[in-house]
Write a new protein. Sequence first.
Length: 142
Amino acid sequence: MHISKLLAAALLAGASTLHAATPTYLVMDFSTEALMSKSDALAIWKNQLDDKQLKRLNKLYPVSKWGFVSQVEGGFTADKICVVTARAMLVPRSGKALVFKPNKSSTAFDAKANASLVDCKALAAVKLKEAIASVDSSLIAL
């Protein structure tokens, strides 16, 4: 009887850790609105970091102490070339604010000739995904 109570307690403790809430990092975006809206950038962050990654990341970089910043800049040159730069960073957190003192940072950039605005926005999304993936891979080994 005593062993079954210990087993039940161990199973209960294990079940609670399996269903722990996914950590939510503070993410701020400072992108050029013409290329990337804040909601689009935040959606890309959410899609790039799945629950398993976030839980592992939270063990090394707790949500209470760290957050993420992204920035997508660019536009068209006089020759109608779309130029995009995307940056993703892990930065320290101070309460509800992030401190711009990057611990990890990655930048991705590209250019595309004869691109429409839609093509340029798509290129911006791809480059932000690349920058986020690069920062993520530098933080935890998958």
